[in-house]
Design a protein around this ligand. Structure first.
Ligand code: M6P
Ligand code: ZN
Length: 184
């Protein structure tokens, strides 16, 4: 029997995905209007600045029940005012869908928020594994000096609901205070 080579490769030290059905999305400051609290600091920055990128192995069409999607998020180091660069964050459209995140490179914080607005946080480091239960919004924040690379695997029918987050944000922010990150 023939044994074929895998169609996709992951560099386990960086999270980089290559091969078939790999796509990439880039999130610049100009795409993140309303996400950071300091509007004046936001407007003073170059709108082309890349805040984060996501590589995805999307073999399954979004919305397919029973399938999985796999990705690596790269959040670059930086701040808007005192607030560290972060992902938009989302609830799943199908609220009960869960997700795994794991730390690959860099130093970050994963914020979890319940539907009633309670926030908890876990430190993200190379090798840390994070289980995101259903009904829980999730956002990654880079509190380090280098890129924060985080792996993710989630059901292909989970979907993203950003509307709720855009409207009320996360009830806790990760800001720099006296040179150190503070969740408040
Ligand atoms: C991870 C997964 C993706 C998500 C991405 C960026 O790779 O959770 O589903 O899209 O992070 O996060 P966000 O969509 O919140 O910007
Ligand atoms: Zn998710």
């Amino acid at each position: 029997m023939e044994c074929s080579k895998a169609k996709v490769q992951i560099d386990t030290s960086t999270g980089k995905l290559t091969g078939e059905d790999v796509s990439k999305s880039t999130h610049q400051l100009k795409h993140l209007q309303g996400i950071f609290e300091d509007q004046a600091a936001y407007e003073a920055m170059n709108p082309e600045t890349i805040v984060y990128e996501v590589e995805m192995h999307d073999k399954e069409t979004l919305g397919t029940e029973g399938g999985l999607l796999f990705g690596t998020s790269y959040i670059y180091p930086g701040k808007v005012g005192k607030e560290y660069f972060m992902t938009k964050g989302h609830f799943h459209q199908k609220r009960n869908r869960a997700e795994y995140y794991w730390g690959i490179q860099g130093h970050g914080v994963l914020l979890f928020m319940s539907e009633t607005g309670e926030v908890t946080a876990e430190e993200v480091l190379p090798g840390s594994l994070h289980y995101i239960q259903g009904y829980t919004a999730h956002r990654l924040v880079n509190i380090g000096e280098d890129v924060l690379a985080v792996g993710a695997c989630w059901p292909s029918d989970a979907g993203h609901d950003y509307a709720d987050i855009l409207e009320r944000g996360f009830s806790k922010k990760v800001r720099e205070r006296n040179g150190v990150p503070f969740i408040e």
